[in-house]
Design a protein around this ligand. Structure first.
Ligand code: NAP
Length: 485
């Protein structure tokens, strides 16, 4: 654990075994934080908050840009660590690392432009004398930010919390996931090497219900930036309300891809493959439902099945691997259960539909890339987030039903529409309830300084570095009475 600028053990000497999900190899034994350890980390962040708020913007910027440069220098090591710790194919792990360099760079730049505004008070006839008053806003750090992140982007999603928080002059208590803690801990070393003052960033790994809960309920923490499951997010939101904390929630999704009858089917198929099966579907923005119009159904399915059958499932460290393992047994069992439920109710597995257990797969958590046809909205798989390599194929016949089909879950993260008629695409995009709609592109895209976040049970607040800086600062209004003379 990294607390107050020192690498320390847990107070009760508990340890956590970190496993490689591809083969169950033990990668590391790390301290497993207790509630008391979380309190130590929170206290360190709390003590440091005044110093952090006084550190000049150019210094905060310099440190963040230095971390970006150190990460770039260590990108090979980081990518391999991500691949081994969470089973992400190396090519994708490299992309995540490169994106984290960008996230840190954007934050370093953003630190220098946290602007306020002048407010024209003379627009108000009352109270009298506003001609002689000057009003302006400044943005101040909220104080201590609790950053709780999931396993699937163990580096970049943590950086999306830590980097804007530091840019804004806050201190941070970060809790990386127990299932993928090593990239976050390595990132903390880079912050240390870059000269971030003691106590500004503290990192503790331990069970969410204990360590995460302490961060969420502590009255010394002023804001929570959480990414994870919608149910966890809902619980966090309820608890954080008791101490009136700001909460940013980036939660689950059940992202639909709509293919209209005038779509370029080839483009739709390659997008569907990439966004359903990339990182075994363990991506919040992965395509979960593919909603086909009658006119493209036959052609789409034939091409799609053929492409899915070409995916290579295997060792994440091999460059040719497209689909790696599922993070843990629990995740694997959930996928099995949802697929079994769907097939029992009439869905048809055109390909896949089972765990992979023989040969090289025997020691890991592998599930075959699966195309499930004839899914209807009464099946659990059509509404529950599956977090695995499964495409649920659904059909819509009437134009007016596409939006309802897309909106039929409690989620609203991202959606995509394939059509050659842009006006038709935009009209439909406006009816789809989601944080982002991509026309003729994959659901699973995110740009690190662009607005990102969901509606409904997919979240609250927006990330994207400059928006996160806004969320992690408070607006203060200052008025000066200049007097009459
Ligand atoms: P998760 O189980 O909710 O865990 C996320 C983090 O929350 C982990 O660090 C976890 O700690 C911690 N946690 C668990 N229970 C907690 C509690 N009661 N109080 C405080 N913290 C708690 O999610 P996951 O399985 O790691 O990630 C997958 C989910 O994240 C999916 O639903 C996915 O869609 C969503 N996600 C959303 C986005 C987005 O930007 N919208 C991006 C990526 C992922 P431990 O695991 O150590 O117990």
């Amino acid at each position: 654990m990294y607390i107050d600028g020192r690498w320390v053990d847990s107070g009760d000497s508990a340890t956590l075994e970190v496993l490689n999900p591809a083969n169950q190899e033990v990668l590391a034994l790390i301290p497993k934080a207790s509630r008391e350890d979380a309190r130590r980390a929170i206290d360190a962040a709390f003590e440091a908050r005044e110093r952090a708020s006084k550190l000049a913007a150019h210094e905060r910027s310099r440190i963040l840009l230095k971390v970006a440069s150190l990460l770039e220098q260590n990108s090979r090591e980081m990518a391999v660590l991500i691949a081994r710790n969470v089973g992400k194919p190396l090519v994708d792990a490299e992309a995540e690392t490169a994106r984290a360099v960008l996230t840190l760079t954007f934050a370093g730049e953003e630190a220098k432009r946290i602007y306020g505004q002048t407010i024209p008070l003379d627009a108000h006839p009352i109270p009298a004398g506003n001609e002689n008053r000057l009003g302006f806003t400044i943005r101040e750090p909220v104080g201590v930010v609790g950053a709780i992140s999931p396993f699937n982007f163990p580096l970049n999603l943590l950086m999306h919390k830590v980097a804007p928080a530091i840019a804004a002059g806050n201190t941070v208590v970060a809790k990386p996931p127990s299932d993928g803690p090593l990239p976050g801990l390595m990132a903390a070393k880079l912050f240390e090497e870059a000269g971030l003052p003691n106590g500004f960033l503290n990192v503790v790994v331990g069970p969410g219900e204990v360590v995460g809960d302490e961060i969420v309920t502590s009255d010394k923490v002023n804001a929570i930036s959480f990414t994870g499951d919608s149910e966890t997010g809902r619980q966090i939101s309820e608890k954080a309300a008791r101490t009136n904390k700001k909460v940013i929630l980036e939660l689950g999704g059940h992202n639909p891809m709509i293919v209209l009858d005038d779509a370029d089917v080839g483009a739709a198929v390659s997008s569907a493959v990439a966004s359903t099966f990339g990182y075994s579907g363990q991506v919040c923005t992965a395509t979960r439902r593919i909603i086909l119009s009658e006119g493209v159904r036959g052609k789409f399915l034939a091409h799609f099945e053929e492409s899915v059958n070409k995916l290579r499932v295997g060792n994440p460290l091999e460059r040719t691997t497209n689909v790696g393992p599922i993070i843990n047994r629990r995740g694997l069992e959930k996928i099995e259960r949802l697929v079994e439920d769907a097939t029992a109710r009439g869905a048809v597995a055109k390909t896949g539909g089972a765990r992979l257990v023989s040969g090289e797969y025997s020691r890991g958590n592998f599930y075959a890339p699966t195309v499930l046809d004839k899914v209807d909205k009464g099946m659990e798989i059509a509404s529950k987030e599956i977090f695995g390599p499964v495409a649920a194929i659904m059909k819509v016949t009437r134009e007016e039903d596409f939006a309802d089909a897309a909106n039929s879950t409690v989620y609203g993260l991202q959606a995509s529409i394939f059509t050659s008629n842009l006006a038709r695409g935009i009209k439909l995009a406006k009816k789809v309830k989601a944080g982002a709609v991509l026309i003729n592109d994959r659901t699973n895209l995110r740009w690190d300084n662009a607005p990102f976040g969901g509606v409904k049970m997919s979240g609250m607040g927006r990330e994207g570095v400059s928006l996160a800086v806004t969320e992690l600062t408070d607006l203060k209004f200052i008025v000066v009475n200049l007097g009459e003379s």
